[in-house]
Design a protein around this ligand. Structure first.
Ligand SMILES: C[S@@+](CC[C@H](N)C(=O)[O-])C[C@H]1O[C@@H](n2cnc3c(N)ncnc32)[C@H](O)[C@@H]1O
Length: 260
C-alpha cells in the first residue's frame, strides 16, 4: 500500500506539480524568521525535497545544504533547478535508512509538507530514529503531519455547509468522496484513534496518508526529542496553550523539536 504512494511521487504530473510550487507555508516562514541569526552556521538536511519548494529559501541562508528524496524523478528535476556546488548537494535518499550519513551530521533537519505521512507506522518510527541519529544533539527537527483533529471536522457533513451555495455543493462532493474512499472508517473510530491511514483528497485521492492526534505525535517524539513546539501551518503562529491545541482544526500541524 505504501509502495503505491512512492509510485505516485514518481508520476510525471505529480513531479511537475511539486516543481511549480514556490511559496513557503506560513509555519515554515515563521521558523525561517525565528532562527534567522543561526542559519549561517547550520548544516541542513532537507528530507523529501520534492520539486525544491523549500530549497530555494533555505539553501540560500544555510552554511551547507543537502537535499534528499526517495523519488529519483523529483531528485533529477531538483538537480537541474539547483546545480550542485560546494555548499549545495541533492541526491536520492530514503528517510527510513539514511546510512549514507554519519551520526551527528546535521544542525537542522526538515521534512516539510507532510512527507513523513506517506509511509507506514513502523517506518515512521524508523524515520524518527534516523533523524535523531543523523541530527546533532541540540540540533532541530522541523516537520509537519496530518492532524486527526482536523480530519474529524472534515468527517462531519454539518461542517461542509457554507453561506455560499456553490461552496456547499463542492464541499459536499469532497465530503462524499472522502467518506466513500474511507468507507471502512467511522467518525467514532476517528474520534477514538491515535492515528489512522486515510485516503485523502491529495492528488485526487491517490495517496494513503497517516493522520495523527497532535497529543499522540508529542508522545511519539518524546523518546528522542525535547522542547517540542507546535505551529499552525495556516497562520504560522505557535500553538501555545492546551485550549488552542484542542480548538485547532488545521489539516496539518508543524512540529519544531530539539534533538536530545
Ligand atoms: C508532499 S511532497 C513535499 C515536497 C516538498 N518537500 C515540498 O514541501 O514541496 C513529499 C515528498 O516527500 C518524499 N518522500 C516521501 N517519503 C520519503 C522517504 N521515506 N524518503 C525520502 N523522501 C520521501 C516524496 O517523494 C515527495 O517528494
Amino acid at each position: 500500500m505504501f509502495e503505491h504512494n512512492h509510485q505516485v511521487y514518481t508520476a510525471r504530473e505529480i513531479v511537475q506539480h511539486y516543481s511549480q510550487l514556490r511559496q513557503l507555508q506560513p509555519a515554515e516562514q515563521s521558523i525561517l524568521d525565528l532562527l534567522s541569526n543561526r542559519w549561517s552556521h547550520m548544516k541542513m538536511l532537507d528530507v523529501g525535497i520534492g520539486g525544491g519548494r523549500t530549497t530555494q529559501y533555505f539553501s540560500r541562508v544555510v552554511k551547507e545544504y543537502v537535499g534528499i528524496d526517495y523519488s529519483e524523478e523529483m531528485v533529477s528535476v531538483c538537480q537541474k533547478r539547483f546545480p550542485s556546488s560546494s555548499q549545495l548537494r541533492i541526491e536520492v535518499g530514503d528517510a527510513r535508512d539514511m546510512s549514507q550519513f554519519p551520526d551527528n551530521s546535521f544542525d537542522f533537519i526538515l521534512f516539510s509538507f507532510n512527507g513523513i505521512d506517506v509511509i507506514s507506522h513502523s517506518d515512521r518510527l524508523r524515520v524518527l530514529k534516523e533523524v535523531s541519529r543523523v541530527g546533532k544533539s541540540g540540533g532541530y527537527f522541523f516537520f509537519s503531519s496530518h492532524s486527526l483533529q482536523g480530519l474529524e471536522r472534515e468527517f462531519k457533513w454539518q461542517n461542509q455547509i457554507s453561506l455560499n451555495p456553490l461552496k456547499t455543493y463542492v464541499n459536499m462532493i469532497m465530503f462524499a468522496l472522502l467518506r466513500f474512499f474511507n468507507r471502512s472508517i467511522s467518525l467514532q473510530q476517528i474520534k477514538h484513534s491515535e492515528h489512522e491511514i486515510i485516503q485523502d483528497e491529495s492528488h485526487n485521492f491517490r495517496l494513503k496518508q497517516y493522520y495523527i492526534r497532535p497529543q499522540e505525535q508529542l508522545n511519539q517524539l518524546k523518546a528522542a526529542f525535547e522542547n517540542i513546539r507546535m505551529y499552525s501551518w495556516k497562520s504560522g503562529l505557535e500553538i501555545t496553550t492546551q485550549q488552542e491545541l484542542s480548538d485547532n482544526s488545521d489539516m496539518w500541524i508543524y512540529y519544531l523539536c530539539k534533538i536530545k
